[in-house]
Design a binder for this molecule. Sequence first.
Ligand code: ADP
Ligand code: MG
Length: 577
Amino acid sequence: MTSEERGSGGGASGRDRVRRLDPATVDRIAAGEVVTRPARVVGELIDNALDAGASRVDVAVDGDGTDRIRVADDGRGMSREDARIAVERHATSKLAPDGDPVGVDSLGFRGEALAAIAEAARVELVTSDGDAIGTRVVVDATASDIDSDDPTVTDAGRARGTTVVVEDLFATRPARRESLAGSAAEFARISSLVTDYALANPHVAFTLDHDGSRTLSTPGAGITEALLGAYDHETASRSTAIAASVEIATTGGASVPVDVSGALAYPSVTRSSRDHVRVSVNGRPVRNNRIAAAVRTGYGRLLPDGREPVAAVDVSLPPARVDPNVHPAKREVGLRDADAVADAVESVVADALTGADLRRKAEVDTGIEGELEPVGGDAGERPAPFADAEPIGTFRDLYLLVEAGDELLVIDGHAAHERVNYERLTRAFDGEAVPTAPLDPPATVSLAADEAAAAEAHVDALATLGFETVPFGGGTVRLRTVPAPFGRTADADAFRDALATLSGGESSRDARETLLADLACHPSLKRGDVGTLDAGELRTLLDRLGECDRPYACPHGRPTVLSVDEATFAAGFGRER
Ligand code: ADP
Ligand code: MG
C-alpha cells in the first residue's frame, strides 16, 4: 500500500465538501492498515453511513465477505465532485485541511477508509445528494490494467443516499485472504459488529443479509425494539431501557455531561461470557474493558455466580473527551476521564436494576409439559411489591403461596429470608467493619502454600471482613476473630471462602458482598421451617421481603419469586377466563 498522498497540496477547492488532508495532519494520525478483514470494511462503511445522517442502513454480505459486501444508506449522499474525490487517499469532509482530527464529532475522520478499501478490491459507489442525476464511481484495483485505479465516473439513478459495493476483496492480496478464518467465522464477526451498531444506534434501522437471507433486522424505533431484533422476544421483554445524564468531574476539575443510554436485560437473562455486554461511545461500538466491567459491577450480586449480563450501553460525551485515534481500526477509544465515566456507568446500571421489577412471571402456556418459565416484568417505578398480596399457605415446607391480584406468587422462603438478612447486614454495616467475635484460644486453620501467601497479602482486607489473623508458619494461620453479625460465629470454611474471593482478584468490596451473602444464609429459614410459620409470620416475612431494595433475587442471584397469572390456569383448564 502506498503512503504517498495523491494530489497533495492542492485540489481542495472551497466549494467541495470533501477536502484532502495536508501531509502534516496525515502524519499525525495513527498509522495502521484499515482493511485487514471483511468486518473492518463493513464497520468503515457503516461509520460513513451514520456520519451521513442515515436513518436506515442495509448491509448484505456474500460468503466470508470477500466475495461481496454491500452497504446502502439513506443519508445525505454526495455531489459528483465529492464522490470522485472520496475514494482518494486522505480525503475527508470531516475536518478542515489544517484541522485537528482529535475529537471530531463523527465516526470517520481520517479520510482513508474508502481509499484503502478501493486499493484492495473493486469498489462501486452509487450516490445522490438529492439531485435529479446521481453518480456512479467505480474503482477497480483487481483489474490488470495499469490505469485501472483511476475512477470511472458516470451518471446513475438513485434516491438520496449512498450505496457502496465492495467485490473481490483482497483479490490482489493472497496473504490477507489466506489469513481469514473461514466463511462462518468471518460472517460471525460481521454479524456481531452489525448487532453492536444496531444496538448502539437504536433509532437507525439496520438489516443484515447473508447469502440472500435476512439474519438481522431492527426497525429504528428505539432500544427495546432493537433488542427484539438483535435477540428475541424473551430478552426484549425481560429488559429495562436506561437513559441518564450524569455530570462528571474531569481531571482538569471542570464538569462535563455524560449520557448513559441503552438497555439492560434482567439478571434472569444471562450468558456465560461477557461478549454480550456491548459498549459504544458516541454511537460507535468499541472494546472498552473498563466500561464493560462497570456494567458488570452495576449488576452486582443480582447475577448468578459465573454468569454474565446481556446489556447494550452507549456512553455519549463531548468529542473533546474522546480520543478515537488510539487504535487504527477505531475499535478502541481513549477516554480522558475513564474513572469518572466508569463510576457513572456503574451507578446508572445499579440504579436502573434496583428500580426495575425483576419478578419472574410465568408465561401463558397451555401445553401440559410446559414448565413455570420465568419471564420478566415491566420496567417502571419501583412498586410497593407485596402491599396487596395475601399469603394463602405453604407448599412442601419451603414455599409460600401468595395471592396477589390475578397472580399466584410462589416465594422461595429460604431465598426470601436470605435476601432480607443480606440487606439487613449490608444496611447495618454499611461502610463499617463487620462485628466480630473473639476466638479464645485462637483457631488454627491450615492452608495450602499459596493460600497462606494470600492470607498474608490480604491481611488488612480480611480484618475488615472480621477475620483477624496471625501468621503461624508451616502453612497455617491463627484466627483471632471471626465475623459474627448475628451473634453466631463464622467458621474456618467462611474464612477460606473469603480468602479465595480476595485472591481470585475480586475487590475487597466484592469479597465483602460474598461474605455477607454467605453469612446471610446460615440463620435463614430452611426447608421444614417454612411449613411451621403461622399466618402472621408468613405475612411478616412477605412484608420484610417487600422492604428490600432488591426483593426479587436472593443474594446469590437466584430468583425469590415466581408468578403465575390466572390466565395461565384459565387456559390450562380450558376456561374462557
Ligand atoms: P472519512 O470517513 O474518514 O472522512 P472515508 O474514506 O471513510 O473517510 O470517506 C471519505 C469521505 O467520503 C467522507 O468524509 C464523506 O464525505 C464521504 N462519504 C463516504 N461515505 C459516505 C456516505 N455513505 N454518505 C455520504 N458521504 C460519504
Ligand atoms: Mg469513514
